[in-house]
Ligand binder design. Structure first.
Ligand code: ZN
Length: 432
């Protein structure tokens, strides 16, 4: 193909027709998923490839090799994010981008993140095979340290990109052994010259799509292949402490006790009830509980527990917090105090309406059953959405399980999601 041909701004009917029939190569996508999963493979069939580890370096090198074989140039920024670029005919247009992450949890799976990155490469490979160009350039991103299990904060690369926290803060983060992100990046040769933050000159995308396994059971339960993600739930986390009085379980009569566990138990029930009253898009979880002194014949004097509230809108989150505070007030009395300390607040992030429309249209044209659903988990797209129109495509995963070595997904679902990604990207980038 003559890459120097004069750019056209319209799509020829022949090219449009050819584009409409394009499908990704499911076998090639699966092969790449398995090849990447072999790096850090665990005996139980999962993957352990922690952010900026030696193995992550090998995974990145494989991505770069594949991208270069597809004719892409690869840009590397100061926090180690990678961007594989396939030029468009119109160099003035911002890129239509996709991607995700390839770092994993210590006992992670083969698909979380990796699928979004490799579906992106598969889109480029499919366009290469068909000899089709786009008007806007296309980019596939690998965001550094999405999982946050070796270095905090999570979603580090996309967070720096979007300005959620400063580059210097991310570079200074240290793992349990005291190794900083900066040292790890340098050791791997993954510290790039390109600016990492949009505020420092990193290019903004024209559109960003991210394909991901759902990591929940909704699609599988409904028997639906494509989730058109409406947005990410906002999150508010709290530490709650109930203070009572420790005393001997034998000599202290029931009416004279100040048992801290009883109000705590009522509040755990209440967290569940508060979320049930805000369906369908609210969650309430107590995942951590510490009873002091945790002895079978001592009345608990202090109980600490976590509360994780999620909701699709800020007003809903505020109602949930109010519900928790009222319940705490109702259970406080002489000798029982309850303290509620907010520890994390992520605002809800709705995705772009036009991009959600492009995903829904692509699913319809391809004949895949679809439904709208909210993401209860954080993803790189949630930060990217602060800088550009963004949307996500969910596909089912087996039993809704992720962050687990048994994480699994069906090839036909992975293909469907990548086909939807292909056509949604083409709709935004324009076929030349
Ligand atoms: Zn992920």
């Amino acid at each position: 193909m003559d890459l120097a041909a004069a750019p056209r701004t319209t799509t020829t009917p022949a090219a449009a027709q050819r584009a409409a029939t394009l499908r990704i190569d499911s076998a090639r996508l699966w092969q790449r998923l398995m090849a990447l999963a072999a790096i850090g493979a665990t005996p139980k069939g999962g993957v352990c490839r922690l952010a900026l580890s030696e193995l992550d370096g090998q995974g990145r090198a494989l991505f770069v090799r594949w991208a270069e074989e597809l004719g892409c140039s690869v840009r590397r920024d100061a926090i180690g994010n990678l961007f594989a670029r396939r030029e468009g005919l119109d160099p003035t247009r911002p890129a239509v981008a996709t991607g995700s992450h390839i770092d994993t949890q210590p006992t992670g799976g083969k698909f979380d993140g990796n699928y979004g990155v490799l579906a992106g490469l598969e889109v480029l490979a499919t366009l290469n095979d068909a000899g089709l160009r786009t008007h806007a350039p296309l980019e596939v991103c690998v965001w550094t340290n999405e999982e946050g299990s070796r270095f905090v904060p999570v979603m580090m690369g996309s967070g720096v990109y979007a300005g959620a926290f400063p580059l210097a803060h991310a570079l200074a983060a240290r793992d349990a052994e005291g190794i900083s992100v900066q040292q790890a990046l340098q050791a791997l040769g993954e510290a790039g010259a390109a600016p990492a933050a949009v505020a420092d000159g990193a290019p903004r995308f024209g559109a960003y799509f991210e394909a991901h396994i759902e990591q929940g059971p909704v699609l599988e339960d409904a028997g639906i292949t494509i989730g058109v993600v409406s947005g990410a739930l906002g999150q508010r986390w709290y530490d709650v402490t109930v203070n009572g009085m420790e005393a001997h379980a034998g000599p202290t009569p029931m009416r004279l006790r100040r048992d801290a566990l009883l109000p705590a138990a009522a509040l755990v029930q209440q967290v569940n009830a508060i979320a049930l009253a805000e369906q369908p898009n609210a969650r309430g979880t107590v995942g951590m509980l510490r009873v002091h002194p945790n002895s079978r014949n001592v009345i608990p004097g202090r109980v600490q527990f976590s509360v994780d509230f999620r909701h699709a809108d800020e007003a809903g989150l505020a109602r949930m917090e109010q519900g928790l505070r009222s319940a705490a007030a109702a259970h406080s009395r002489d000798g029982i105090t309850i303290d509620i300390t907010p520890v994390v607040h992520f605002p809800p992030q709705p995705f772009d309406e036009a991009l959600r429309g492009a995903v829904a249209d692509a699913a319809r044209q391809l004949g895949h059953a679809q439904m709208a659903l909210a993401s209860g988990a954080g993803h790189d797209a949630v930060y990217v959405a602060r800088t550009a129109p963004a949307a996500m495509i969910f596909v089912p995963c087996k039993d809704g399980i992720s962050h687990n070595e048994i994480e699994d997904a069906r090839p036909e679902h992975l293909q469907a999601g990548a086909d939807v990604l292909l056509h949604a990207m083409l709709a935004r980038a324009g076929v030349a």
